[in-house]
Design a protein around this ligand. Structure first.
Ligand code: UVW
Length: 317
């Protein structure tokens, strides 16, 4: 497999139209972030009308959801006072300190373009074995390549509201038709370079769920179905953020495979995807004003060789 040629897999073969390999050159590492231009940013800044800033992140603490394959976040706080005098330094100044241990893919996060692959190839055809090194991390498509990206026009599509429910039920696959229908109902157009946020209501449901319901939080969730990939590709969005644990529907539509959409979006399209976005406050603000576009700001941390990053994305209205 050469860069510029889709991989030979189920999703690579016969779907040339659904691949961005080679689109921005054989050495590209940022995928659909290329859709964001200086003009996009200038126009997006004009969407700020009220000076209202909404955080789209969930709180980060040892109870924050992350895939069960990862250890939960740990937060250590040095409660004993740190006194400069203890270091033999002059003065009365005292300090507190803390440090954390966590997967960068905990809570509200970007999945980097090196996070998901198939048949040994990551986005743009790079060999996964060479691109991802256990000592230095990602040599290609690492999350820090995106450090200055994702300042752009944000659009919220509230699929739960469009369907007339507080939250979509577990296993509900959001289709291209649902995305198109919600955009039409909201009177908003999804454009090239947008950060598209898709509300299922699932995180809000989880907040009020019983302990029994929470047991299946990682296995059963509403999310994007396969047809959504075609639609996102055609709209040329720069990134997406969804208020569920894995962006895509669980279980998968075919009833057999696990996370089949991850490689389609991340590997084939080079689309940076965001999980566990908090969209309730934004949805309420957009509905109250009848305006579903805003300035979106969502930089990853500059983790050298990182495969993903926690973020505190902002919607500025
Ligand atoms: C896994 O990596 C398993 O999941 P996600 O990208 O949804 O965090």
């Amino acid at each position: 497999v050469q860069p510029g040629v889709p991989g030979p897999g189920e999703y690579g073969r016969g779907v040339r139209a659904r691949s961005n390999w080679g689109r921005w050159g054989a050495d590209d590492e940022i995928g659909t972030a290329n859709f964001i231009t200086p003009e996009t940013i200038v126009q997006a800044a004009r969407l700020v009308k009220q000076g209202q800033v909404l955080s789209l992140a969930i709180p980060l603490n040892p109870r924050t959801p992350t895939d069960p394959s990862r250890p939960p976040m740990q937060h250590f706080v040095r409660s004993a006072r740190l006194r400069v005098a203890d270091h033999g330094w002059p003065g009365e100044s005292e300090f507190a300190d803390d440090w954390i241990s966590m997967s960068p893919q905990t809570g509200t996060q970007w999945d980097g373009l090196c996070h998901a692959f198939r048949e040994g190839r990551i986005y743009n055809g790079y060999d996964a074995g060479q691109a991802i090194n256990p000592h230095v991390g990602a040599r290609k498509c690492s999350i820090d390549r995106l450090a200055t990206y994702f300042v752009t026009r944000g659009v919220l599509l509230d699929i739960a509201k469009h369907k007339g429910v507080g939250n979509l039920p577990g296993g509900f696959a959001v289709t291209a038709g649902d995305l198109e229908g919600a955009a039409r109902a909201q009177g908003v157009e999804v454009r090239r370079g947008d950060a598209l946020l898709i509300r299922t209501g699932w995180l809000a449901f989880w907040n009020r769920a019983t302990a029994k319901e929470r047991e299946s939080f990682y296995d059963v969730a509403p999310g994007l179905g396969m047809s959504a990939a075609e639609w996102l590709h055609a709209r040329e969005v720069a990134c997406i953020g969804v208020d569920n644990v894995a962006v895509e529907v669980k279980p998968a539509e075919d009833g057999k495979t696990m996370l089949p959409l991850h490689p389609v979006l991340i590997r084939d399209l080079g689309l940076t995807i965001g999980e566990l976005f908090w969209l309730e406050d934004l949805a309420a603000a957009c509905a109250a004003e009848g305006r579903y576009e805003f300035l979106f700001v969502g930089q990853p941390l500059r983790i050298s060789g990182g495969l993903g990053s926690p973020i505190n994305p902002l919607a500025i209205r």
